[in-house]
Structure formats: C-alpha cells, structure tokens
Design a protein around this ligand. Sequence first.
Ligand code: SF4
Length: 256
Amino acid sequence: MTDAAARAGWSRFPFLSFCWAGLILLLGAGALAAYLVYPRLYGLGPVVFYLFLAALAAFFIILGGGLLLITVTSLTGIDLLYPHGKPSVTVRLLFPIAVLLAKLLRFDRSRLMASFVKVNNSLTIAQSKRIKGDRILVLLPHCLQIDVCNRKITNDISNCMRCGRCPVGEFVEAGERRGLKIEVVNGGTLARKRVAMWRPQGIIAVACERDLTLGIQDVHPVPVYGVINDRPHGPCVNTCVDMDNVDAAIRFFRKS
Ligand code: SF4
C-alpha cells in the first residue's frame, strides 16, 4: 500500500488517541493544581486566583484547539491548520506525553512513531495549496548505501556510480529527472545543516520512524513528507525503501 493509500487507513489513530489522552491527563492535572493552590491564591486576593484560572484556561484552549485542528485536518484533509509558518506548540507539548503514555501502556514505540509520521504526512498533504514545489530537498539516510560500496556519497551524491546494488542510484536518476536536490546524511546534525543550507520549500525524508519523528519536529514548519525505510538486515545497515512511496511524495510536491 502506498502512503497516499494509507491516508485513508487507521494508522493515524494511535498518535492522535495518545495525544487526546495526554490532553485529558493534563486537564486533570491542571484542575488538581487549581484546587490545591486555591486557598493560598485566594488568600492573596480573588483577582490573583481568577487571573491564575484565566491563564490556565487560555493554556488549555490553545492546546486543545491546536489538537482539534490537527485532528480534523488529518482526518478530513481540509487545511484548518493555524497559525501558518509557526512552531507547533501543540505537538511540542503533547508528543512527549503521548510517548510516555504509550510506554506506560506498553504500546509499541515504533508503531506510535510511524503513526506520528502518517499524521504528519496527512497534514503536509492537506497544506498542498500553500506549498510551492520549486525547491524540494530529498534527505536520505547513509544506511541506504550498501555497506560494501566505498563511494563517498555524503559529500556529493553524484559520486554514486549507479551500479544498481543499492537504491541510491535510483535516487540520483530521479533527482536528475525531476529536478530535486538530493542529500545523503549520516545523522540529524548533517540533516539540519543541509536544510539550513538549501532552505527548501518542502522535504522528502527517508529514514526510520525514530529519525523521521525527530527530524520532522526539528525542521517544522517546513513541510515534510516522511517515508519510512525498510530494514531487512536490522537497523542502520543496508536498508531499502519502497520507491512507490517515494514516487508518491515526489508527485505530491511536484503536483504532477
Ligand atoms: S548504487 Fe552502487 S555506486 Fe551507488 S551508492 Fe549504491 S552501491 Fe554505491
């Protein structure tokens, strides 16, 4: 199944559900805090207590409103995200709580992160009208290169001989054909440098669930279409990727 087809699936529900559960827990904690500090704050004056309540209410309205917009946008494909081009306070705050809850309930971490990537992709797709597809950066993990190949491709992917032993050659060809900037990176630091250098309007990122999850949050608000790699030989060695998913991502940004 391609990523586009997966949009219609259930893969987004784990992340969204854990976020809503996290929000409800935070609400409970906020109500408890208000109850506990009530005598002390009210003693300082009713205004102080009501100011505290107003600040608490504003916090939860922003957080809950943000999560509601993300959920509706992700599930319907209608772009309700707001504000545009700003860091997402909602995801920054709720993501760690969702991860903690998932851990407590022994929910598979990779599945949660894969769900986050699917939610992110659905939000990226929903923003399609606001995304210019002229400057697209494709970020590939170094582990796509087969381990017996000694070509130095992290500095310049054109050093790849396109011998066909690993997927890197296919990316070089796709990059030439579709006018994409392609970079192979060996970690988050280099990926951040490449993003800062190229200032892309959109990113197609191939990586494992964990790296995609961190990277997507790192580069926000640049729209990212994440493609999770396959790891038939274990993590970080001779990985591969479903080129249909990559193609779907390229067609999305190129609008063709
Ligand atoms: S396609 Fe061949 S030359 Fe290029 S990185 Fe893979 S193994 Fe090396």
